[in-house]
Ligand binder design. Structure first.
Ligand SMILES: Nc1ncnc2c1ncn2[C@@H]1O[C@H](COP(=O)(O)OP(=O)(O)O)[C@@H](O)[C@H]1O
Ligand SMILES: [Mg+2]
Length: 263
């Protein structure tokens, strides 16, 4: 079964951590996984365990200005509209720019683009939309999008066409409020499947808090990931939580989430 998941939520809740561990769990299970980093400050590579030197020599797709111009008819930063083509070719993008990582996960870093005043990455958005809708139609392929924090990408429609929005929340009102906005905007672009994972849970009280508030929003909580210093230590040591011996509880807690997403 093909599956397209966008991991979304407030800044700092653990989107990248969850996206990376899930990607590798899917990969371990034999799925062909494409993980796309859509955050303007990309960190998915390190969370997946891509070594520093490889990261340093990675050219984000967004830097391929000429390529984007060629594919979409618009150069990033220029005004869009008249030249805009709706069908950028992406067939060979992953072959060209994908990085092979652990557990058979291929990573595509969209990377940083200077927004300037325009605030619109329209040509890039067209590419992402195309990737989401086009690339993962084959059986057993899984696309995981590590989204930018907040809800702006939903307004821009870059998550259009995903099967599931996986909203990460942490114990706290603010991330629940973001989940509320995500739910509303997702419905506007026709995504009706939204589930949530609680991250950084300190125990039952946090789980009850999240379940109750998500329940009010009619968002099912399909998993709970414990707070564990190992995630911070892994980041300090620049290894993936997946490769940290101390992070077993993190990985284990996401196994049922992986299963639920496949159902
Ligand atoms: N389960 C967890 N326990 C402890 N710290 C965590 C956990 N998940 C994430 N973190 C820490 O929280 C910070 C944000 O995580 P990250 O995955 O980068 O979030 P996001 O992608 O949503 O910004 C990082 O410093 C990370 O080490
Ligand atoms: Mg992130």
């Amino acid at each position: 079964m093909a599956l397209r998941v966008a991991v979304t939520g407030k800044g700092g809740v653990g989107k990248t951590t969850v996206a990376a561990v899930l990607a590798r769990l899917f990969g371990r299970e034999g799925h062909k996984v494409l993980a796309i980093d859509i955050d303007p400050s990309p960190t998915l590579a390190s969370a997946l365990g891509v070594p520093k030197d490889v990261r340093a020599s990675t050219t984000p797709v967004s830097k391929m200005l000429d390529l984007i111009e060629e594919r979409t008819g618009v150069r990033p930063g220029s005004s869009y509209g008249s030249l805009f083509k709706l069908n950028p070719k992406v067939d060979d993008l992953t072959d060209k720019f994908g990085i092979a990582t652990e557990d058979g996960v291929t990573l595509l870093v969209l990377g940083t683009i200077e927004t300037g005043a325009s605030g619109c990455f329209c040509p890039e958005n067209a590419l992402i939309k195309r990737l989401v809708n086009h690339l993962v139609l084959k059986r057993d392929e899984i696309l995981i999008l590590d989204m930018e924090a907040g809800v702006e990408h939903l307004g821009r429609g870059t998550a259009e066409g995903v099967d599931v929005l996986l909203t990460v929340v942490e114990p706290g009102t603010r991330s629940i409020e973001t989940a509320r906005s995500i739910k509303r905007l997702a419905q506007d672009i026709g995504i009706d499947k939204i589930v949530a994972v609680l991250n950084k849970s300190r125990g039952e009280a946090d789980e009850n808090f999240a379940r109750e508030h998500l329940g009010e929003l009619d968002i099912e909580m399909i998993g709970s990931v414990p707070f564990n210093d190992c995630v911070i230590t892994a980041d300090l040591e620049d290894v993936s939580p997946m490769d940290s011996e101390d992070c077993g509880s993190i990985v284990d807690s996401l196994v049922p989430v992986k299963k639920r997403l496949l159902d």
